[in-house]
Ligand binder design. Sequence first.
Ligand SMILES: *[C@@H]1O[C@H](CO)[C@@H](O)[C@H](O)[C@H]1NC(C)=O
Length: 304
Amino acid sequence: MKPSLSFTLHPILFIILFTSQLTLASSDPACRTTCGSLPVKYPFGTGYGCGSPLFHPYITCTADTDHFILTTHTGSYPITSISYTTSTLIITPPLMSTCTTMQFSPNLGLDWASPFQLGPSTFILLSCPPPTSSLTIKGSPVCDPSSSHLCASIYTCPAVVTLGLPLFPPTNTCCVYSPANLNTKGELDLHGLDCAGYASVVSLGEYQTDPNGWVYGVALKYNHGGLDNYNTATTCGGCERSGGVCGYAPPGNSFVCVCKNFNTSSDCYSYTPYTQGVFWSSASPPARKVWLGLLAGLFFGIAA
Ligand SMILES: *[C@@H]1O[C@H](CO)[C@@H](O)[C@H](O)[C@H]1NC(C)=O
């Protein structure tokens, strides 16, 4: 009796194989190059395995609404723009005040372990205990008296009444905190200073005295996680120029260029598939099922 090496698969194994191949075909969409209207490039990514692994825990592209979100220990903040040339992004905290809407705000915080720090925007703390000239953090005065005209401007916004202030309130309840520092918990300590809210201004626009024309948002800087460690800069540039998306392969998080139909360690022009451990460790769970099924099929085929 000669061993049957032909794939006479057991019917059940055949079904397992067949269904797992179906799930493989409909597996996760590859890394995307946009989220909403924002172009997404390294080190940002639209999901697990995309962009830099250091950014992944903090950045999400919401599946339902297509919003790009930064999450920290104090909340989730929509990202409204990213400048890849200056490594700066702008977030708009939903509970921040603007000229049209003023509201009580919780502390704004960043995670120390994350690649994000405060960038060049101006915080205007609103409805603080007067006189704000005596507000201090660790003994140093907080408010910049040379910018108090910004307080006078923003206090012309009728929305100040929402914060319990009278119309045209005295400006000694307002504090321009710039550059701002985060406390040991990584937070802009609004509550420690006893201020009700804040507006953050990225740009004063054309007419500096018109707070309706200011661009509101919090500017953050990010540092290129991993770029120096992995010599990723050149490889990633080539990958993006070839239409690919830079990503990483867990568990080692080595660089992967995610192309339309394959992954490679260089760029999408050169088809050199990414193979390290592809048969098991870096294969997706459905792919593992396929390999398991094939192995089992082979085993039973020989045994039969
Ligand atoms: C390529 O890599 C991405 C991200 O690491 C992953 O989601 C995807 O499944 C991989 N695709 C292939 C064909 O291996």
